[in-house]
Design a protein around this ligand. Sequence first.
Ligand SMILES: Nc1ncnc2c1ncn2[C@@H]1O[C@H](COP(=O)(O)OP(=O)(O)OP(=O)(O)O)[C@@H](O)[C@H]1O
Ligand SMILES: [Mg+2]
Length: 419
Amino acid sequence: MSEEIFTGLDVGTHAVRVAVGKLVPSADGGEQIHMIGAVEVASAGVSKGTITNLEDAVSSISRALEQAERITGLPLSKAWVGINGNHIISQESRGVIGVGRSDGEIRDDDVERAIEAARTVATPTNYEIIHVIPKSFTVDGQRGIKDPVGMNGIRLEVDAIIIQGLGSQIKNLTKSVYRTGLDIEDLVFSILATSEAVVSDRQKELGVCVVNIGASTTNMVVYEEGDALHTSVLPIGSDHITSDIAIGLRTSIDVAEQVKLHHATALPSEVAKKEEIHLGELGAPEDEVVGRRFVADITEARVQEIFEHVDRELQKIDRSGMLPAGVVLTGGGSKLAGMLEAAKTTLRLPVSLGTPIGITSVIDRANDPSMSTAIGLVLWGYHIRGSSNGNKFGDLFGKLGDMDKISSGLKKLFKSIKP
Ligand SMILES: Nc1ncnc2c1ncn2[C@@H]1O[C@H](COP(=O)(O)OP(=O)(O)OP(=O)(O)O)[C@@H](O)[C@H]1O
Ligand SMILES: [Mg+2]
């Protein structure tokens, strides 16, 4: 039997990351993903989560792939690719169909037709559908059905979330990946992949919010009863903290970034008034001395703004302060000192740091919150494969309630771009 390998590619504003997982037997006689590679290279040509310079993006993706191939000793020919950015929107939709069989028994193809019907929402011009996520079904007016296959009825309805992105942005991303010679298994909305890595099925069942604080965006998704309930891409990330520090200290972005990484905290109350930061030690041309408390005040203000945004999204779905499994923070921005405490205060919820679960690894980097999207893409690929091997809808609505099928529209788009 040939080895089964899953590759995840996360093209971020700050870094391009590649994670490679191998399917291995698990202790309980089943199978599980063992991470055999996790690499990160600085990205170029990516801004606010989207490609702004094709050549630069291609070369940073190529470098990341080469490193991953060297580390794993494997040729990597295809990957699950994350897509992110302010252009991504999510919309509720409903698909309604008449059940096909004359005896009224609902079958897989009825469910497929209902999902297909949900796709035909009014898509804004130039947008492409990335995912159709079925949330629940209604059979002859009876709502809240998770898996209608085998039930009887005349009218089948599905409530779904439609995730769409700007066609041009999708094309730029797929083009840059194809130019490196890599094939795309599918594009996956980043935060959905991230969640595969950092929250358990049980947390998704209870009600949990995953927040990925990246460089220029903060992504979030709320799960309840196992399904994605709400997603959002907020236009503020950790780089905004850096630029606030640069402005506040009248220093360069590079120095401000060093200040943030080594001295910033979201909790000013924990900083003694007399603590000082010497900018000269952090690359500034002159050795200016600034108060650490001042930096903490600047940081706290922006961090609070991020979590107030998150709370506003929770209010939209009536879950503000009301998620039994709380909030899981991940992404590079979540590594800032005091972040968890700040989130707890603003969101009035239990908050924890999300690092990949459900995998084995000997690589230190696999536990870094910055890697969670790339690793999540590996797990997404593994789960999709599981669901296509077995009973398609059984898996789709069981373990992977939020998982959609590979979007056929995107497949067509890929074909038209492929060299
Ligand atoms: N230890 C740390 N403390 C504070 N901030 C950190 C730390 N490590 C990384 N960051 C910040 O996290 C951000 C990068 O996060 P991440 O790597 O998740 O972003 P990205 O995926 O490249 O970007 P995006 O998802 O927005 O496209 C940067 O702003 C960086 O300064
Ligand atoms: Mg990211």
